[in-house]
Design a binder for this molecule. Structure first.
Ligand code: MN
Length: 233
């Protein structure tokens, strides 16, 4: 599961990240916002993990490029894991290629420290940025996410299908995990399975839901009844 951010605005209702992330990024508010998202996601995930027992569960949280080059990132992530009681192996952090483009020693150090902490590192939106394949070797990445734009063309567009197949093969050769994003149809899932793509996410399973709506998706009974379980986003 991937943690997605929504802003419950008193007048405008539910505001999507497209409307405020860029501003938060620019103003620097993204650092505090990002930490809050991490804390909430880890706290919720720790609860689900406990209730799932032996069944594996992992939550994926997006890091902004600014967070990735912030000194002491791994220490803060470690503190959040401690506070929430989430096992490091149950957390994956998603980075975009643009975050790695800086290629500063600080970014490299942050990633090494996160790796040492035991959290997973995922390269998000793979294939849409500069796609420097050198990143896959230079940084301790565990997995890549195939962008939804390619997944949307599966079985319809020969080029997209070829690109997805190439990414899945390359990842498997490099012993990287792969998650295809934006899976909406059973046909897309079948094609991905036939290609040997090990992971996926998308509307085929669920639209984004509020935290209350997650338990039923995991086959767990809902505990809190006050917020209801109706998907909100
Ligand atoms: Mn992501």
């Amino acid at each position: 599961m991937e943690a997605l951010l929504r802003w419950q605005h008193p007048e405008r209702g539910l505001v999507g990240p497209g409307e405020f992330i860029a501003i938060a990024e620019e103003s620097g508010a993204i650092l505090a916002l990002g930490e809050r998202v991490l804390e909430q996601a880890c706290s919720a995930a720790a609860d689900w993990c406990e209730r799932l027992g032996e069944r594996p569960f992992r939550v994926s949280v997006n890091l902004s490029p600014r967070q990735v080059c912030e000194p002491g990132l791994a220490a803060r992530v470690g503190a959040v894991l401690q506070r929430t009681g989430l096992a490091p192996g149950a957390l994956s952090l998603e980075l975009t290629e643009s975050a790695l483009m800086e290629e500063t020693e600080l970014v490299a150090q942050n990633l090494r420290d996160l790796k040492a902490l035991g959290v997973g590192l995922v390269l998000d939106d793979f294939g849409t940025g500069y796609s420097s394949l050198a990143y896959l070797r230079r940084f301790p990445i565990d997995a890549i996410k195939i962008d939804r734009r390619f997944v949307a063309g599966l079985g319809v567009d020969t080029d997209d299908t070829t690109i997805v197949e190439a990414i899945v093969r390359m990842a498997s050769g490099l012993r990287l995990d792969v998650v295809a994003e934006g899976i909406e149809t059973r046909e897309q899932l079948l094609i991905l399975s036939a290609m040997g793509c090990p992971g996926g996410q998308g509307y085929l399973w669920s639209r984004p839901v509020a935290p209350d709506g997650v338990a039923p998706l995991l086959g767990l009974a809902t505990v809190s009844q006050c917020g209801g379980t109706e998907p909100r986003a």
